[in-house]
Structures are given as structure tokens and as C-alpha cells.
Design a protein around this ligand. Structure first.
Ligand code: BGC
Length: 399
């Protein structure tokens, strides 16, 4: 019997949840830069978001289903382009919509983790230059001040999702958003994102009692033989700098899926014999442990796993992946990282930024009827949540 054959126990009160983002599940986000991109005359994307999972209307059903599975938390985002469709014109009705979502979480016993910006910008903000615009931070601050009143009872607020990927993805005013990427981050966008985050934190600390942080995309960077310095130089502006900017935050969101090898000339392709996911990413669940240790080493702050999961049509493999990721997380916690919760990506099969093919969801969604169907992985994670105990699933090899 190996150590992993014993159940691993997670702390009392640990948050067990699942995550989505507005544009990926709501549908018809017609005022966002991604909508422009998807509907451009010659779209460079495979699928449009369209109705997505229609969660704009079905959020109550999503929340009730997550709660019935045994999960205790739901991470979702507020769509800036719905709240402020034109500069300075704020929608009270849309704000009320998100207030109802927060209320629904409370009614169903789920702790809401609310993200204020998850990749999409209002079209007007994009046309001003997006995160490159000189007054980007003050526009974001004004939006945050408008939504703050509905965040009074929200314990966790994530200001900006993966700013470290956004900084390498400038808006193109003609064709909408670029895909968030590991391209060299723009120093101006980086500085503006950090200012926007700090401004949002100030507003939230003064107007709410929410714990505030941002969620960083971690790549679990590995140096190829002899390329240690190149790896550190590559990682710093794409990850560490954004973690350093979180040192005064209440928590840091960690998002991890894969590892990336850096050679002398930059990132290396995934090894040919590696198992890959529907994203073409290497199957490497240990990435979560590495990412959490790294975020802990740099920030020393409490951490929340705000995303982790696998795009696969094989739901048993999703269970394997999640089990191995949670095992690595448990080890990182035992070595000193203060982790407060685990939010799986994703609650639903959703719009994966240009394609409906990758399925990350614990819950399947029928694209025509929008009917939800919890997968075995959803029941499995719900059981972990109910018991606080992680047991090896039958499908994971013990060799
Ligand atoms: C993003 C999600 C995305 C997921 C899988 C994260 O980078 O925050 O929006 O769907 O990864 O690609």
C-alpha cells in the first residue's frame, strides 16, 4: 500500500467549487470585443459564442445543480460590457442581474467568488486602446465603483483574470480582441493592469469587506537542459512580476493546467510521446502543485485555486487528472502553502475562446435545449467536497 492509497484530508471550511466566466457561458454578450471578433466579416475563430450555455437566463439552475452535487462555492464573472455598454452609461438592471446571482448563491449555500474582468472588454474600451490606453485603469476603477454596492456580502473578489496573459494580447479596434497568450507582454499594458488592479483593490477595501486578489495563469515552467537562465528571464515578465504585484493582496488566485519547457530559444513543443488533452496541452496534473508552491514562495499570501481542469471527452480521465492535481495540491499545502479552496474549471462545457470543441465541464450542456447533465466527474468531486477526503479513484493506475 502506498501513501496515496490512504485518503487525504483537506481542512474544514476549505472551499470546493467550480468556475465559469460570463462570456463563455452567458450567451449574447453583444457589447464585448470578443463578440466583435467572432462576428467580424472574416472571423479567425472556428465558432461564435452565440447563445453559449444560456447561463444568463439559466444561472439559477446552474447554481442549484452545483449545490446539489455537494460543492460549496461558485466562481463566476460580471460582464463589464453589460454593466457599461457605452462609456459612463451604467446599467442598473444589469447590476441587479448580478446581484440576483449572488443572492442565488446565498440561497443555495454556495460561497460566491466573483471575478470583475475575465478576458472581455466593452467595445468602446477596446476602441480606446484596451489595456494600452493611458486612462485604462481609471475606466476600470469607475466600473468597479459602480458594482461595489452589490459585492457587500461577497467574501472573495478577483479583480482581473489572468492579467499576465492579457498583457500579451493587445486589442485590435477593428477586429476585436486578441487571444490571451504567452506573447511578450506589453510593458504599458502590464503597468496599466497593475494600476487597475490596485485601484480596484482600494475601492473594494473601502466599499466592501471582500477579500481581494487577482488570478494568475501559471505555466509550471521547466528549464530545458542548460536553459535555466533563459527560463527565468522568460518567466519573469509573464508570471513572477504579476505575482509580485499581488504581495499586498488578501489572496492570490492560482490557475494551472500544464507545464511549459523553455529552451535557449523559448518555449519548446510538447514531447511527441506525451499524452495530450483536447487543447493539445500535455497531460500534467502535477502542474497545480508546482504552481501553488511557486505562488506561495513569491507572495507568501493565502491562495485560492481559481482554475484547474482538463479538456477531454473522456470523463474518467478528467477524474484521474483532478485526483492527481488535488494530490499535488495537498502535498503543496503540507509543505506550507496556505490554500483556502479549489475551484474546478469548469462548471459547464462552455465556449472555449473561439471553439466549442474542448469540453472542460463537470456538467454537459445540450447546445439546442441547453439541458444540463452532470457527468460522473461532477458527482466524484461533489463527494470529495462532502467528505473533505480525497480517495484514489478506481481508474487511476497505482503503478
Ligand atoms: C481561462 C479560461 C479558459 C481556460 C482554459 C484559462 O486561461 O481563464 O477562460 O477557458 O483557461 O483554456
Amino acid at each position: 500500500m502506498t501513501a496515496q492509497d490512504h485518503a487525504l484530508t483537506f481542512p474544514q471550511g476549505f472551499l470546493w467549487g467550480a468556475a465559469t466566466s460570463a462570456h463563455q457561458v452567458e450567451g449574447n454578450n453583444v457589447n464585448s470585443n470578443w463578440w466583435v471578433r467572432e462576428n467580424a466579416a472574416q472571423p479567425d475563430v472556428r465558432d461564435r459564442s452565440g447563445d453559449a450555455a444560456d447561463s444568463f437566463h439559466r444561472y439559477e439552475e446552474d447554481i442549484a445543480l452545483l449545490a446539489s452535487l455537494g460543492l460549496t462555492s461558485y466562481r463566476f464573472s460580471i460582464e463589464w460590457s453589460r454593466i457599461e455598454p457605452a462609456p459612463g452609461h451604467f446599467s442598473l438592471a444589469m447590476r441587479e442581474h448580478y446581484a440576483r446571482m449572488i443572492g442565488s448563491c446565498a440561497r443555495h449555500g454556495l460561497t460566491p467568488v466573483v471575478t470583475l474582468h475575465h478576458f472581455t472588454n466593452p467595445i468602446w474600451f477596446s476602441q480606446l486602446g484596451g489595456w494600452e490606453a493611458p486612462d485604462a485603469a481609471s475606466h476600470f476603477e469607475r466600473y468597479v465603483a459602480f458594482v461595489a454596492p452589490i459585492l457587500q456580502d461577497v467574501p472573495w473578489v478577483c479583480t482581473i483574470n489572468e492579467p499576465n496573459l492579457l498583457a500579451g494580447a493587445p486589442d485590435d479596434p477593428a477586429t476585436g480582441a486578441a487571444l490571451a497568450s504567452l506573447e511578450a507582454p506589453s510593458p504599458r499594458a502590464t503597468a496599466n493592469l497593475i494600476s487597475a488592479h490596485e485601484a480596484a483593490r482600494r475601492v473594494l477595501h473601502s466599499d466592501t469587506s471582500a477579500q481581494t486578489g487577482w488570478s494568475i495563469a501559471a505555466q509550471a515552467y521547466h528549464a530545458a537542459s542548460g536553459a535555466e537562465e533563459e527560463m527565468l528571464a522568460y518567466r519573469y515578465p509573464r508570471e513572477d512580476l504579476f505575482l509580485e504585484a499581488a504581495r499586498s493582496d488578501d489572496f492570490v488566485g492560482v490557475q494551472a493546467y500544464l507545464r511549459t519547457f523553455i529552451g535557449k530559444q523559448g518555449p519548446l513543443p510538447v514531447a511527441e510521446d506525451a499524452e495530450t488533452t483536447q487543447m493539445g496541452w500535455e497531460y500534467f496534473p502535477q502542474a497545480l502543485g508546482i504552481a501553488v508552491r511557486h505562488a506561495h514562495a513569491i507572495t507568501g499570501r493565502p491562495l485560492l485555486v481559481t482554475e484547474n481542469g482538463m479538456a477531454t471527452a473522456d470523463d474518467n480521465r478528467r477524474i484521474d487528472y483532478t485526483f492527481e492535481a488535488l494530490t499535488a495540491l495537498h502535498e503543496a499545502m503540507a509543505s506550507g502553502a496556505d490554500v483556502r479552496g479549489y475551484l474546478h474549471w469548469s462548471a459547464l462545457d462552455n465556449y472555449e475562446w473561439g471553439s466549442n470543441l474542448p469540453t472542460f465541464g463537470l456538467i454537459a450542456v445540450d447546445p439546442e435545449t441547453f439541458a444540463r447533465q452532470a457527468k460522473p466527474s461532477a458527482h466524484w468531486l461533489g463527494q470529495v467536497a462532502r467528505t473533505g477526503q480525497l480517495q484514489r479513484p478506481l481508474s487511476v493506475s497505482t503503478v
